[in-house]
Design a protein around this ligand. Structure first.
Ligand SMILES: *Cc1c(COP(=O)(O)O)cnc(C)c1O
Length: 393
């Protein structure tokens, strides 16, 4: 018999009662150190007092009003994002995959209005852009598309990190945009080196192609900059944001330059809930805290310490771990044994980490995690690795 919850997830049989900062407390009182943060969503941990206050204060005033009217919190958050980034304009969604839908529509409408047949979009193997029809077609992985055809046409997938393939493909006259994650998340924390992102930006300028960045996972302070592309000193034409921007409340956004957004006139797109007062009140508070240069500096400092500790862990368990990669507090530990073995032992140590493709374990703590908690997490991971070795002996 089918369960009452559609069984699309293999869930761990743990039932979370409440959270506090980087800790999750189960119904039976067991306390887990959360190094997954809802897969990079709980950017400020669980039950952050300032976010709870922003949400409850708004909840007492107004939950929802249609986008037919002015929503001051939405306007304020758009102004803040425009002030802090390359963008001239912002549209709010409820999720990352909805941001993908709009990013694709925006790029295609841009070329339609120019009267040019440039509807094809270059994307990359190993990428993830969400589970909507555009999202799975954009990522193109067999795992997500199998059985769901006919797929949205117009995507061409290139190998990750193959500059020659990119250079050849981008010359094709029907290419209108390139869609890429500056740091692949689900793909196994695979960062695009700064030089490659710069090279890609140059190629896009050279061929008049729009650059769409998916910063749903790597954005909003995750890499130690407000947005990951800042490390390479480039700017995109269109950017998808979600996850951390809502800190756990559903919120996403598409940011764009005036030029890239020029096709999106009144009536061309909409959303019932996108940019609702509750989400935007939380998003504003998140931006106030995370866009502070001192906060981002702190993320970079903690990243350095965590990385160093993880390097030590690899040195101590060279048969278990291969390398650490990523940036900021978006780190990946590539394993030599099945990553799920280590994950299961970490769970025994009351430590939550997140698996990814390429046999990687993702370490995505709350950005405001304390130093002592990071040290504790590495100690637990060390015991987990020892347990994997002991079990194999
Ligand atoms: C999570 C994720 C998405 C999809 O976001 P949803 O809110 O789950 O729709 C898209 N792109 C990237 C890079 C992601 O990590």
């Amino acid at each position: 018999m089918i369960p009452s919850l559609l069984p699309t997830y293999n869930r761990t049989p743990m039932s979370v009662d409440h959270g506090q900062g980087s800790w999750l407390v189960m119904a039976d009182g067991r306390r887990f150190l959360d190094m997954g943060a809802g897969i990079a969503v709980n950017a400020l941990g669980h039950a952050h007092p300032a976010l709870t206050e922003a949400l409850t204060e708004q909840a007492g005033k107004l939950w929802h009003v249609s986008n037919l009217y002015q929503i001051p919190q939405q306007q304020a958050l758009a102004d803040r994002l425009v002030e802090e980034t390359f963008a001239d304009t912002v549209f709010f969604t409820n999720s990352g995959t909805e941001a993908c839908e709009l990013a694709v529509k925006m790029a295609r409408k841009y070329w339609f209005e120019k009267g040019e047949d440039r509807m094809r979009i270059l994307a990359f193997e190993g990428s993830f852009h969400g589970r909507s029809s555009a999202g799975i077609a954009a990522a193109g992985s067999e795992k997500m598309t199998h059985g769901f055809g006919p797929l949205l046409p117009g995507f061409t997938h290139l190998p990750w990190g193959d500059h020659d393939a990119l250079e050849a493909a981008i010359k094709e006259p029907d290419i209108g945009a390139v869609l890429i994650e500056p740091v692949q998340g689900e793909g196994g924390i695979r960062p695009l080196p700064d030089q490659c992102l710069k090279g890609l930006r140059d190629l896009c300028y050279q061929h008049g192609v729009l650059l769409i960045l998916d910063e749903v996972q790597c954005g909003v302070g995750r890499t130690g900059r407000l947005f990951a592309h800042e490390w390479a000193g480039i700017t995109p034409d269109i950017m998808m944001v979600a996850k951390g921007i809502g800190g756990g409340f559903p919120l996403g956004a598409v940011l764009a330059t005036e030029n890239a957004a020029s096709g999106m006139t009144a009536g061309t797109h909409g959303s019932t809930y996108g940019g609702n007062p509750l989400a935007c009140a939380v998003g504003l508070k998140i931006m106030e805290i995370i866009a502070d240069p001192a906060f981002l500096e702190d993320v970079r400092r903690k990243s350095g310490h965590l990385r160093q500790a993880l390097e030590g862990l690899i040195a101590a368990h060279p048969g278990i771990f291969e390398e650490v990669r990523g940036s900021g507090l978006m780190l990946g530990l590539k394993c030599r044994v099945p990553n799920t073995d280590v994950l299961a032992r970490a769970y025994d140590e009351d430590l939550l980490i997140v698996p990814a493709a390429d046999n990687v374990l993702r370490i995505l703590p709350a950005l405001n995690i304390e130093e002592a908690e990071m040290t504790e997490a590495v100690a637990r991971l060390d015991r987990a690795a020892s347990a994997v070795i002991a079990a194999a002996a």
